[in-house]
Design a binder for this molecule. Structure first.
Ligand SMILES: Nc1ncnc2c1ncn2[C@@H]1O[C@H](COP(=O)(O)OP(=O)(O)O)[C@@H](O)[C@H]1O
Ligand SMILES: [Mg+2]
Length: 248
């Protein structure tokens, strides 16, 4: 059965800050949904709420109709949803392979066999092109390879829905092209669904089946990528009112 993640009317307050003001969306396994919005619009908060890292102030998150918004983050991972960190957070003192092995063991496979976990870790490292660095301490990886390791770790959990927080940020044009190619290959091979938060417009527009735009904690647009980026409200949120007027 195809897994479906649904977010309904989610609000999140941090004291007086209304980070999310009633956001609804859904992501089906196998589909790529892009989530864009200006800095501070609530993107990371939304991923954290879905991943169980933050509890919503109101609203619900369900997976195949079952509520998951009151579960701790490790239970959400076991159910098949895993999130990358906007700033990569590997275990710096562990090798690349050990980082991925840990993700296999604590993921959705419910298999605590260490030898099998490391076989699986080796497979994921090959998939993402990190096998050369299997023995390298995560602390010694380049920024690009740490981003790759973040992707490897969520894939290693066996998750069917990935939450990716700016995994394409900070890459050179060549690195970006390569990373996007890698993502597309992995998605075809594994068939996961993903909610992709991204600042790099080109990445979102190319990779997503559907794009959602949020601004100040509210959804302001949703639809096919090329259609969404032409909407005046979206241009205004990104570039200001003058630019929106000029573009229409
Ligand atoms: N733990 C927190 N405590 C207080 N305010 C927070 C916290 N996390 C996020 N915020 C605030 O919530 C808003 C949305 O932040 P965030 O979700 O990180 O935005 P984005 O990822 O779109 O840049 C911002 O105003 C931010 O300062
Ligand atoms: Mg963010």
């Amino acid at each position: 059965m195809t897994m479906v993640l649904s977010v309904a009317e989610v609000r999140k307050d941090f004291g007086g800050v209304h980070a999310l003001r009633g956001v609804s969306l859904s992501v089906a396994e196998g589909r790529i949904v892009g989530l864009i919005g200006p800095n501070g619009s609530g993107k990371t908060t939304l991923l954290n709420v879905i991943a169980g890292v933050e509890k919503p102030t109101a609203g619900t998150v369900t997976l195949d109709g079952r509520r998951i918004d009151r579960l701790p983050a490790h239970r959400v991972v076991e159910l098949g949803i895993a999130k990358t960190h906007q700033i990569p957070k590997p275990f710096l003192g562990l090798t690349t392979r050990d980082n991925v092995g840990v993700a296999v063991l604590y993921g959705s496979r419910q298999d605590r066999d260490v030898a099998r976990a490391f076989d699986e870790a080796n497979w994921v490292l090959r998939l993402v092109g990190l096998e050369r660095h299997a023995e390298t301490l995560a602390a010694n990886l380049t920024v690009q390879d740490r981003k790759r390791l973040e992707l490897a770790r969520v894939i290693a959990t066996g998750s069917r829905i990935l939450l990716l927080d700016e995994v394409f940020a900070g890459l050179s044009p060549d690195e970006l092209r390569e990373a996007m190619g890698l993502f597309t290959r992995l998605q075809k091979e594994i068939g996961f669904g993903a909610l992709v938060v991204e600042h790099v417009m080109r990445a979102v527009l190319t990779l997503s089946d559907r794009v959602i735009v949020i601004d100040e904690g509210r959804k302001i647009a949703e639809g096919p990528p090329q259609q969404v980026v032409r909407q005046p409200a979206v241009i205004e949120a990104y570039l200001g009112r003058e630019a929106a007027r000029a573009a229409t």
